[in-house]
Design a protein around this ligand. Structure first.
Ligand SMILES: C[S@@+](CC[C@H](N)C(=O)[O-])C[C@H]1O[C@@H](n2cnc3c(N)ncnc32)[C@H](O)[C@@H]1O
Length: 420
C-alpha cells in the first residue's frame, strides 16, 4: 500500500475494537441508527418488510456495519449491508465482530472508495460514511461518487470533523510531523505521548477540553495526532461540499446544536438571528458554541426522481397516527428527570443546557413506547386529565417534541413503518 492513509489504517485499524465484546453490547450511534435513517430520510415511513441495501463506506472496524446489520436482522428485513474499506486489517476485525454475532447479512469488500462505481456493488437505499471523507485527497469527488451510488429515494449519513472543536490540534499534528514525520509510525506514537505529557499549559490543544480521544488507545492517538491526511469543516464549508454534490441536508445531529437560540437568550440578538436562513443560523450557532468537533448530517439528492423533495424526507409529528419513538433514552428514566422541575438538562460536549418542557411532558413520555400513536397517547392521558382536548395535547406535544428531537432523543415513525 502506498497511500499513507491506507498504510496508517492497515497498521492501526480504527476504532480499536475487540470482537469478544459483541457478546455483551451492541454499539449504536449516529449516523445510521435505523430509527434515525427512517426519520431523516424516509419521512418515518420506510417499510422494513421490503429489502434494504446499505453501504458502510470506509466501514473501519465495523461499528456502523454491525449496528445496521443487527438492526436489519432484528427487524427481519431482507437485504444486506455492504462493507467497503481499503484496510484489510480493519475488515478482519469487522468480520470477526459479525461472526461473533452470527450475522450473515454483511458482504465484505476490501477496496478503495475511488473504485466504488466500478466494483459493481449495485445501488444503495442508504450509505453510511462516518469519519472518512475528510481523510480523502479529494472529499468532493468521494462524496459525488457516494451520491451516484444511491438508489432512487435513498440517502446518506455522514460524519465530518468540525473546525472549532478541533482547535489546537492541527498545529500539534504539524509539529509532530516536523520532529518525527520520517520515523516509523510506532515510534511516532511514543513521541506523540511524550509531547502530550510535556505541552505547556498555554498550548491550545492542551487548553482544548473537547478532544480526549487520544487518551484511550494507540489507534485513537494515531487517528487524532498522527493522521496522514485530515481536515475539518466549518458549517459554511460543509454546505458548500454538499451543494457541490447536489445533496440537500435533511438533518443535522443534534438539531439543537445548530440553533442560536440554544446558546443565547438575549431577545435583541435572537431577533436579529431569527431572520437569517437556516444554514446561516447554523453557522452562527457553530461559532457561538465553539465546541463542535464533528458534524453529523443526513443528506438526500436534490434531483432524486424516486422521491419527494428533500424537505419532505424528514418525519414530522403531523398527524394523530404518527408514532413517537424515544432514541437513546428509556421512558421511565426520562419521565422521572423531567418531572423534577419540568426541565430537560443536556450536556453538549461539556456545555450544560436547560430546556423547559410543558406540564404534560412526564406523563406523555411515560406513554411513548415506539408503538403508541399520538392519538393513543392522547386517549391514555385523558384517563388522568378527562378534559384534555386534542388541540391542547398536541400543542404541548409539539413543544416537547421540539426539545427532545433537538437533543436527538425523540424521532417519529408512521404506522407503515412501526414494528417492521
Ligand atoms: C476514521 S476510520 C472510520 C471508520 C468507521 N467509518 C467508523 O466510523 O468507525 C476511517 C476509515 O476509512 C477508511 N478509508 C480511508 N480512505 C479510504 C479510501 N480511499 N477507500 C476506502 N477506505 C478508506 C480507512 O481504512 C478507515 O478504516
Amino acid at each position: 500500500m502506498t497511500d499513507p492513509v491506507q498504510a496508517q489504517y492497515e497498521a492501526y485499524p480504527y476504532p480499536a475494537r475487540d470482537p469478544a465484546d459483541e457478546s455483551h453490547r451492541l454499539i449504536t450511534g449516529s449516523p445510521s441508527h435505523l430509527d434515525e435513517v427512517n426519520h431523516y430520510l424516509f419521512a418515518g415511513r420506510r417499510d422494513f418488510t421490503r429489502p434494504f441495501r446499505a453501504l458502510a463506506a470506509g466501514g473501519g472496524t465495523g461499528d456502523a456495519a454491525i449496528m445496521m446489520a443487527q438492526q436489519l436482522a432484528d427487524r427481519g428485513t431482507a437485504g444486506e449491508v455492504v462493507y467497503l474499506d481499503a484496510s484489510r486489517a480493519a475488515r478482519d476485525i469487522a468480520a470477526a465482530r459479525a461472526a461473533a454475532r452470527g450475522l450473515s447479512n454483511i458482504a465484505f469488500h476490501t477496496a478503495d472508495l475511488a473504485a466504488l462505481l466500478e466494483l459493481g456493488l449495485g445501488a444503495f437505499d442508504y450509505i453510511d460514511c462516518c469519519g472518512v471523507l475528510h481523510h480523502l485527497e479529494d472529499p468532493a469527488a468521494g462524496l459525488a461518487r457516494l451520491a451516484e451510488a444511491l438508489a432512487p429515494g435513498g440517502g446518506l449519513g455522514l460524519m465530518l470533523y468540525g473546525t472549532y472543536g478541533r482547535t489546537g490540534l492541527y498545529p500539534v499534528q504539524a509539529l509532530l510531523r516536523e520532529i518525527g514525520g520520517e520515523l516509523p509510525l510506532a515510534e511516532r506514537v511514543g513521541l506523540a505521548r511524550r509531547l502530550l505529557g510535556a505541552l505547556p499549559a498555554t498550548n491550545w490543544l492542551r487548553r482544548n477540553p473537547f478532544l480526549g480521544d487520544h487518551q484511550r488507545s494507540d489507534a485513537e492517538l494515531v487517528d487524532l495526532l498522527l493522521h496522514a491526511r485530515d481536515r475539518a469543516y466549518g458549517v459554511p464549508e460543509l454546505f458548500a461540499l454538499f451543494d457541490g454534490a447536489g445533496l440537500a441536508v435533511t438533518g443535522l445531529i443534534e438539531p439543537a446544536r445548530y440553533e442560536p437560540a440554544t446558546y443565547l437568550k438575549d431577545p435583541r440578538l435572537l431577533g436579529r438571528l431569527a431572520s437569517l436562513p437556516w444554514r446561516d443560523r447554523a453557522a452562527c450557532a457553530e461559532t457561538l458554541a465553539g465546541n463542535m468537533k464533528r458534524h453529523i448530517a443526513y443528506l438526500a439528492r436534490r434531483d432524486d426522481p424516486g422521491s419527494a423533495p428533500p424537505e419532505a424526507r424528514v418525519a414530522k409529528p403531523d398527524s394523530p397516527e404518527a408514532v413517537p419513538v424515544l432514541h437513546g433514552v428509556e421512558a421511565p428514566e426520562l419521565a422521572r428527570s423531567l418531572s423534577r422541575e419540568l426541565v430537560l438538562t443536556a450536556d453538549f460536549d461539556s456545555l450544560k443546557l436547560r430546556f423547559p418542557v410543558p406540564r404534560l411532558a412526564p406523563a406523555t413520555v411515560m406513554r411513548i413506547d415506539g408503538r403508541a400513536s399520538l392519538a393513543a397517547i392522547h386517549t391514555g392521558l385523558q384517563g388522568l386529565h378527562p378534559t384534555l382536548i386534542w388541540e391542547d395535547f398536541k400543542a404541548q406535544f409539539d413543544e416537547l417534541y421540539a426539545v427532545l428531537n433537538g437533543v436527538n432523543a425523540l424521532l417519529i415513525a408512521h404506522p407503515s413503518s412501526v414494528g417492521k
